[in-house]
Structures are given as structure tokens and as C-alpha cells.
Design a protein around this ligand. Structure first.
Ligand code: FPP
Length: 243
């Protein structure tokens, strides 16, 4: 029996946890003959808009794929631009997150980022930790396979130390080791810009999530696009392996 399964089919409901692969910033910029960074800047505006829309629409958790562990392969200037935008976002948005009672979470190995960014993130996490409203999860230097491998390593270590019985390791044991273990199950995964891949994002958590691929480029994503996605979700029949 897998762990994230809700026994009853759910229809006509609102997702509790939505994740978004924000794609298409580069194409948005290219279509306007602008540098790629202009697309990323508009992408940050979309992050602001959609974070507010998610709260207004009553989502409990919004998880955004901001930087994957594979994104380091991009040109150094682009990585620098993305880190600069993240720095700016954190500085500019922290007061709003606190005021809006939003709890910030980061998944991924963010400690590999520059020292000042790590300090900014730690400060933002600490300042929003006691908030009781919706959770905004930002995936930074995140890779799902690495997350699952880390979980396996911890379980193997516990087994070697005699703390757990290897034969007793099940889906719940693995899930308890994931960085998302205390969040509601992922209901809906959206990818923008027409690409249809999960790109190493929340692979375990997506086991029973509804997948939605939309053509909208991320900088054009707004409250209406999110509301439309939730409407499509509400009309899907989720069977979780049953009939
Ligand atoms: C994909 O567009 C987008 C990214 C790799 C990064 C997403 C980052 C942001 C929206 C900004 C930073 C985030 C926060 C939370 C402040 P792409 O460049 O792959 O687009 P393309 O496929 O059209 O080239």
C-alpha cells in the first residue's frame, strides 16, 4: 500500500498542493528580441503574481521549481543573473511573506549557493517559520533523484546502525526521509511552455499527482491561468489505482 493514497476518488475538489515547473522565460524574451535575463525578470513578476493568486484561491502549498541541480550547466552569466534575481526577490518579498502569514520553505541543496544567498534564505526561513498561512516552497538546486538517493542513504545508515530493520523499509519510510515529508500530498503538477517532461522535479511526490501541461510561457502565467488549471483539476477523476 503506497503512502500518499487517499482511498476515495476525488472530483470537483480544489488541490491542496500545486507544484509548477516554470518554463519558457527564454522563449518569452526571444520572441521580443530581448536578452534571456529579461524573460527571467518577467518570470519573477509571474512568481509574485502567482504566489498571491495561490493564496487567494485557497491553496495550502505552492511549490515552484526555481533552479534545478542541472541548471548549473547553463552559461555562467545566466546562472549569475538567476541568482541575482533570487537575491532581489528574497530581499523585496520577505516583508510581504511575513505580512501575508506565508511560511517559506526551500527544498534542494541551497547551501551550495553563495554565502550571502544562504544567509538571506536562512533569514527568510526563520522569519516565516512560525507563520500559519499558506506555504510557499521554492526548489533551489533541487533534483528529485538526489533527494531519493539521500533518503536511501539515511535509511541504509540507520539499518547499518541497527536502528531499523531493512526488511521493514516501505514507502512510508522512504517518504518520511523526503524534504516534503510534512507537506500535504502533491495534487497537481503544472508545466508551462508546452514541454511535457518532469525534469527531475518531485518524482516520488508526483506518483499520483495530476499532470497538466499548458502552452502559456511562464512570464505570461497569471491568476487566470492558475484558476483555469484548478478548474481542469476539479474535473479530473482521480482513482489512485482503484476503479
Ligand atoms: C525556465 O525558463 C525557467 C528557469 C530555469 C528558472 C525559473 C526562474 C525564475 C522564474 C526566476 C527566479 C525564481 C524565483 C523564485 C525568484 P527557460 O529559461 O528554460 O526558458 P526557455 O526554455 O524558453 O529557454
Amino acid at each position: 500500500m503506497a503512502t500518499q493514497i487517499d482511498p476515495a476518488p476525488v472530483a470537483g475538489t480544489r488541490p491542496r498542493h500545486v507544484a509548477i515547473i516554470m518554463d519558457g522565460n527564454g522563449r518569452w524574451a526571444k520572441a521580443r528580441r530581448l536578452p534571456r535575463v529579461a524573460g527571467h525578470k518577467q518570470g519573477v513578476e509571474a512568481v509574485r503574481r502567482v504566489t498571491r493568486a495561490a493564496r487567494d484561491l485557497g491553496l495550502e502549498v505552492l511549490t515552484l521549481y526555481a533552479f534545478s541541480s542541472e541548471n548549473w550547466r547553463r552559461p555562467v552569466e545566466e546562472v549569475r543573473d538567476l541568482m541575482g534575481l533570487l537575491r532581489h526577490f528574497l530581499r523585496a518579498e520577505i516583508a510581504t511573506l511575513v505580512a501575508d502569514n506565508v511560511r517559506l520553505r526551500v527544498i534542494g541543496d541551497y547551501r551550495a549557493l553563495s554565502d550571502d544567498l544562504v544567509a538571506l534564505i536562512d533569514d527568510a526561513l526563520a522569519r516565516t517559520a512560525a507563520n500559519t498561512g499558506p506555504t510557499l516552497v521554492i526548489a533551489l538546486n533541487y533534483g528529485a533523484q538526489a533527494e531519493i538517493a539521500a533518503a536511501a542513504r539515511r535509511l541504509a545508515t540507520a539499518a547499518r546502525n541497527g536502528a531499523i530493520d531493512p526488511a521493514a523499509i516501505d514507502e512510508a519510510s522512504v517518504e518520511a526521509e523526503l524534504t516534503t515529508h510534512d507537506l500535504p500530498p502533491l495534487d497537481l503538477m503544472i508545466r508551462t511552455s508546452g514541454e511535457q517532461r518532469l525534469s527531475n522535479f518531485l518524482l516520488w511526490q508526483a506518483a499520483y499527482a495530476e499532470l497538466l501541461f499548458v502552452d502559456t510561457l511562464w512570464p505570461d502565467f497569471d491568476a487566470a491561468t492558475l484558476a483555469e488549471a484548478l478548474d481542469i483539476f476539479s474535473r479530473r477523476q482521480r482513482r489512485f489505482g482503484g476503479l
